[in-house]
Each structure stands twice: as C-alpha cells, then as structure tokens.
Write a protein that binds this ligand. Structure first.
Ligand code: CA
Ligand code: CA
Length: 171
C-alpha cells in the first residue's frame, strides 16, 4: 500500500553524503514534526527489519517522547486494516540483559512506554509497540519486549533537519 521511490532514496543518499539535510520526506513516507516514518506492510524479524531500514538509509524508529509515540499510534491507526501484527521499534537489550538501548544510537531509552508487567525479560530482547496483538484501548501504543525472531511489521525513521525553513515540501 505504501511505496517509496527508489530514485528518491538515492537522491537522499547523495544529499546526505554531501552533508545536506532533508526538510521533506521521500515518497510514501509519513512526515512528522522532526522525522519521516515508513511503516512496513511486510513482516520481518527484528534483525531483518533493522537491515531493511538501513538499506533505506534510515533506522528502526527511536521514540524520543510521548508526542512521538502518540504520532506513531495515530499513523498506524490511519492504515490500521493494512496490518496484522505489532511494530518493531529500534530498542533491544541484546548486549546487556535488562539494559535497553536504542540500537542505532546505543543510547539508553530516556523515554519509555512499557505496558504493565513489561519488560518481562527471559528470551524476549527486542521492543515492539502494541498496535494489533495484545492491543486494546488501554494498551495500544504501549511497549513490550518480545522474541527478536518474531515476525512483526516495523517502522523506519529518517530525521529531518531541525531549524529548517518553516515550509513543507512533501514528496
Ligand atoms: Ca524519533
Ligand atoms: Ca514481554
């Protein structure tokens, strides 16, 4: 349903290599306040999802605050019927058990939105957002640690340059 333009991605790579920054989003990406987001239709393990985002010069989504979390919930809701499972975020505790970091920055999570009784640990090392499975009006948008080999949807993120001119050019 959501497509991104390969040509646009290549232009983006070229621009970022030149040290320039984006103020608009590639085709098929959804524009937020500070980032572009790509919610996948396909299902993938956390590792594959992370690699897919890297391939698009992006990373799995890093959720910085409640506003961003709320935006993502709204974005998923808009295309709700296209999805069947939950969405991978960039977080995991693969390096140090119980020490959750954002994989792309290796920074600890300053904002967290765990569901009650989560993270439950054990063999569950990757962070998903509840949107479909285990999701109801109270838990939608909350986070759960889950086996990294589970097949989920995922959200990729590209940061927009901050302090860009106050106009939006979409596409
Ligand atoms: Ca973010
Ligand atoms: Ca869990």
């Amino acid at each position: 349903m959501i497509m991104y333009s390969q040509r646009w991605i290549h232009s983006y790579i070229l621009l970022t290599n030149l040290g320039l920054y984006l103020s608009c989003c590639p085709d098929g990406w959804v524009k937020g306040s500070y980032s572009c987001y790509y919610p996948s239709n396909e299902l993938a393990t956390w590792m594959v999802a992370s690699a897919k985002c890297s391939h698009m010069t992006s990373h799995l989504v890093v959720v910085d605050n409640a506003d961003e979390n709320l935006f993502l919930v709204g974005m998923i809701k808009e295309y709700f019927r296209a999805y069947v499972r939950n969405f991978w975020l960039d977080g995991n505790d693969l390096e140090r058990k119980g020490h959750y970091v954002w994989s792309s920055t290796r920074q600890p999570m300053s904002y967290r939105n765990w569901n009650s009784l989560e993270p439950s640990g054990g063999s569950e090392d990757c962070v998903e957002m509840l949107t479909h499975e285990f999701a109801d009006i109270h838990t939608r948008g909350k986070w759960n640690d889950r086996s990294c080999s589970h097949a989920n949807h995922y959200i990729c993120e590209i940061s927009l340059s901050r302090g860009s001119p106050p106009f939006d050019v979409i596409g």
